[in-house]
Ligand binder design. Structure first.
Ligand code: COA
Length: 301
């Protein structure tokens, strides 16, 4: 479709393969599959959920919220439901919000899902984005901790000054859909990859430092690291600057591409299933993405 090569994609990004949703599949369909698995593995019934929070930049539609569509499909009758848009940081923003409701005692059982159908908003004629983004969903059930496992520290950040670096220009209230916007391909994602690359490394390193400091931890205290999966060169540079060893770092970029909010959620599930994370491990998560937004969290698993 575009002038590119396997060699360029794998050396410049680290991506070897990725998953693309079917034509008739939307974000809520991916979210539903992930939610069912998360509920089953947590042994929680959908009826017992107090809140459903979907992190996505590819909602089924502008409104109603994808979380509401999912709530109905799951039969989670008593759950409040809303979407959260923080691009690649959506899952960590979601965990942070959900955990606050639990910490205050207001809610007991919260489902946080990150679901993206990025293939639907990627311009398949734009080689700077169409080789990178992919589809997927991951979900987590949050409940009060009765032991060692807990969120040790969280840091969330944003800089709207970088809002023009990645996004979909049309289809909102600024540039409503028109024949003109369709003709100009303004409903597709635009990205200034090079500029984002430089900021990603710097900001992710700073975010990690702040979350470690808030948890009174040093890099040596971290057992496992799940970074956002945008580019293997970004991950390598961050890991080098923090001084972590690469065998503590989880990579799914090679198999899954960049799934925005879903990248970390899916990686967490894969790492658990591959026995890469043990009970009691201190796991670091860090993300950076559109908005700009970023987040870093340390969890005792
Ligand atoms: N295949 C072949 N060549 C390509 C290409 C592709 N798919 N995409 C871009 N190129 C070309 C460019 O046209 C440019 O050619 P030129 O030198 O002749 O002008 C050259 O490759 C370098 O382009 P550049 O954009 O500088 O590449 P890069 O090394 O920065 O890699 C990204 C591009 C997008 C992979 C990289 O910038 C990136 O990962 N950025 C971060 C993305 C990010 O974090 N996004 C936010 C969170 S999702």
């Amino acid at each position: 479709m575009v002038d590119t090569s396997d060699e360029w994609i794998s050396t410049r990004t680290g991506i070897k393969e990725r998953r693309i949703a079917r034509e008739d599949e939307a974000a809520s369909d991916l979210a539903y599959e992930a939610s069912k698995k998360a509920l089953e593995s947590a042994n929680v019934r959908a009826e017992d959920l107090d809140m459903i929070l979907v992190a996505t930049i590819t909602p089924d539609m502008i409104f109603p919220a994808t979380a509401c569509i999912l709530q109905d499909r799951l039969g989670a009758k008593k759950a409040a439901a809303f979407d959260l848009e923080a691009a690649c940081s959506g899952f960590l923003y979601g965990l942070s919000i959900g955990s606050q409701f639990i910490a205050t005692g207001m809610y007991d059982t919260i489902l946080v899902i990150a679901a993206e159908a990025l293939s639907k908003i990627v311009d398949w004629q734009d080689r700077s984005t169409c080789v990178i983004f992919a589809d997927g969903a991951g979900a987590a059930v949050l409940r009060p901790s009765n032991g060692e496992s807990k969120i040790i520290s969280t840091y969330l950040g944003a800089d709207g000054g970088g809002a023009d670096l990645v996004g979909v220009p049309a289809g909102g209230s600024r540039l409503p859909a028109s024949l003109e916007t369709v003709k100009n391909r303004q409903h597709y994602m635009k990205m200034k990859g090079n500029e984002l690359f430089k900021r990603a490394v710097k900001i992710m390193v700073q975010a990690i430092e702040i979350s470690l400091e808030r948890g009174k931890l040093s890099p040596e205290d971290i057992d496992f690291f799940i970074p956002h999966q945008a580019n293997i060169r970004i991950i390598n540079a961050v890991v080098k600057r923090i001084g972590l060893s690469m065998d503590k770092v989880y990579i799914n970029l090679d198999r899954c591409g960049n799934m925005s909010a879903a990248s970390i959620a899916v990686a967490l599930d894969q790492a658990i299933k591959e026995n890469r994370i043990k009970r009691g491990d201190r796991v670091l998560f860090t993300s950076f993405g559109g908005g700009l937004t970023w987040a870093s969290m340390v969890v005792r698993f």
